[in-house]
Design a protein around this ligand. Structure first.
Ligand SMILES: C[S@@+](CC[C@H](N)C(=O)[O-])C[C@H]1O[C@@H](n2cnc3c(N)ncnc32)[C@H](O)[C@@H]1O
Length: 284
């Protein structure tokens, strides 16, 4: 007698995938399994549950297998799904850009709280465009400029600007170079800030998939602050703000740079885990 082919229902695929991804070291394997299978099957998560006992056809199974195999190699979920939420907005993401982090929302919140009436904003290192687009949305009077040195990132940021109809103009180049002697009311940046020697210890999702140029901040992680902070006063209007995101343990060194560059009203702001995540100050 011929053997019966195995029947894979949605429930069975969910259970199997959850165990497989957990074995491969994926945190939140349960939730990620649901996101992956939802994307593969074109269902929302409720749709998965109401179709629990539906057997999958070979095409559907192949679609699930393809996405699960990528995640099992520790490719970030966001690159597989092509999207990440930031400040309540949906951003397209590809391996050309750093995946927007929720900790980075602190810089948007601080800009909104301390400088709500600014007219001109510069975002250095726009990546996906998440900060620039969120600021254009949250600061009603602001025209935002963004600069990025990676052409791949710049193209994606442009897509996100158009997706959200944001008042953001993008330039390819390094730091202040495209702007001559133009001055702004607010300069923000989430520069690369991981010390080079720490890159190898990062989780595989970051180490193997996110762009090195978005992560590597030089020997002590502070290279970009040494370039941005002393140069910023010449690009700020009187009373203008500089706000930068930073990594764990970098606040004291960066605050020192702000003081030496002549900034006043300097502050640090913490992320939800209580870590100093943003340093800012204004120029007299
Ligand atoms: C940490 S990522 C931040 C991306 C995005 N702003 C965010 O918060 O998700 C830093 C970005 O700076 C860009 N970058 C690196 N060096 C740069 C430079 N000299 N000038 C402009 N952008 C630079 C990288 O390509 C990367 O997109």
């Amino acid at each position: 007698m011929a053997e019966k082919p195995e029947i894979w229902t949605i429930r069975k695929v969910l259970d199997w995938t959850r165990g497989y991804l957990a074995e491969k070291g994926v945190e939140n394997a349960r939730l990620e399994t649901e996101w992956l299978l939802s994307a593969a099957l074109g269902l929302d998560r409720v749709g998965l549950y109401v179709n629990f006992d539906k057997p999958l056809n070979p095409e559907e199974l192949a679609a699930c297998r393809g996405l699960v195999a990528r995640r099992a190699k520790r490719e970030p979920l966001q690159y597989i799904l092509g999207t990440q939420e930031f400040c309540g907005l949906d951003f397209a993401v590809t391996p050309a850009v750093l995946i927007p982090r929720h900790d980075t929302e602190v810089i948007v919140e601080e800009a909104h709280r301390r400088a709500p009436h600014v007219a001109t904003v510069l975002d250095i290192g726009v990546g996906s465009g998440c900060i620039a687009v969120a600021l254009a949305r949250h600061l009603p009077h602001a025209q935002v400029w963004g600069v990025e040195q990676s052409p791949g990132a710049l193209a994606l940021a442009q897509r996100n600007v158009e997706r959200h109809g944001a008042r953001v103009t993008l330039f390819e180049g390094s730091l202040f170079e495209p702007f001559g002697d133009q001055r702004f009311d607010l300069i923000v940046s989430n520069p690369p800030y991981i010390p080079t020697a720490d890159l190898e210890a990062l989780q595989p999702e970051v180490r193997e998939y996110e762009p090195r140029a978005a992560l590597d901040g030089g020997a002590d992680g502070l290279d970009f602050y040494r370039l941005i902070v002393p140069a910023a006063p010449a690009h700020l209007n009187p009373g203008g703000w500089l706000m930068v995101e930073l990594g764990i343990g970098q606040a004291e060194a960066v605050l020192g740079m702000f003081a030496r560059a002549g900034f006043s009203d300097c502050f640090t702001a913490q992320d939800p885990a209580g870590i100093d995540r943003v340093v800012g100050g204004r120029i007299g």
